[in-house]
Design a binder for this molecule. Structure first.
Ligand code: MN
Length: 252
């Protein structure tokens, strides 16, 4: 099995190393990852800037670092650097959750999604550690068991977004197929002044007030379960058909 591994925390991220180590022996491992952290890059690709990629030594894999985004990495990996399309794409293990609407911001999920766009089975993995030190062990072990099955069974336009509680492996309470939940971020801005008197901002952090929603990824992780959320490329809201009843005419 030809496996393309990427992430959004960058080529030097411990979560990437944990994933590559866990996948040893499953097949040919090819890593293409951003040279620096690109968390929350979503699905951006580089159109106006050159995309540079260079081979780097990496234990247990052939690897490239790139100047691009996570989506760039999978795109150039699949289409240029690898000898042929990979058979499966895996992204992570991300340091931090990708639950609920995090999926829209996530570079981790976007790397997997780029694989899905090429018709490949793809899996994104994240550890829900907040600001705590991440324990990648449970996610790494689950990835090793999941990947061959996902490669065999996953529908062509669906990726798996996997979120793992930040717990020792023996405290994980199983794995659950979930729907995408909701997080309510209390975003505030931290306004500061630079040494020359210029005003700048940091987008604030703060823990989101996750809504209890049985069956959601948010609730599963809160209950100590691994949340496996199937995410579809087609974003159409099929249940919003009533729009046709109030849509204005195209011509005045
Ligand atoms: Mn990240």
């Amino acid at each position: 099995m030809r496996i393309l591994v990427s992430n959004d925390d960058g080529i030097h991220a411990p979560g990437l190393a944990a994933l590559v180590e866990a996948l040893q022996g499953l097949g040919e491992l090819w890593v293409v990852a951003p040279e620096r952290e690109r968390s929350a890059a979503s699905h951006a690709i580089s159109l106006r800037d050159p995309l540079r990629a260079w081979e780097v030594p990496y234990p247990g894999a052939r690897a490239w670092a790139t100047t691009g985004t996570p989506a760039d990495c999978v795109l150039i990996g699949a289409r240029e650097l690898l000898p042929a399309l990979p058979e499966v794409v895996v992204s992570g293990i991300n340091r931090g959750a990708n639950l609920g609407e995090d999926v829209w911001y996530s570079g981790t999920v976007a790397a997997a999604k780029e694989g899905t766009m090429w018709g490949l089975p793809a899996v994104a993995l994240s550890v829900c550690c907040g600001f705590d030190a991440p324990d990648y062990r449970a996610a790494a072990a689950f990835a090793r068991r999941l990947l061959p099955l996902a490669a065999e069974h996953l529908a062509r336009d669906v990726l798996l977004n996997v979120n793992v509680p930040n717990l020792p492996p023996d405290q994980i309470r199983g794995a659950q197929v979930c729907h995408q939940g909701r997080r309510r971020y209390q975003t505030s801005f931290d306004k500061r002044t630079d040494p020359r008197g210029g005003v700048y901002y940091w987008i604030g952090t703060g823990e989101p007030l996750d809504e209890p929603d049985p069956g959601s990824d948010v609730s599963a992780v809160a209950a100590g379960q691994i949340a496996v959320t199937p995410v579809r490329l087609d974003l159409t809201a099929d249940d919003a058909g009533g729009i046709a009843t109030w849509l204005p005419s195209a011509n005045a």
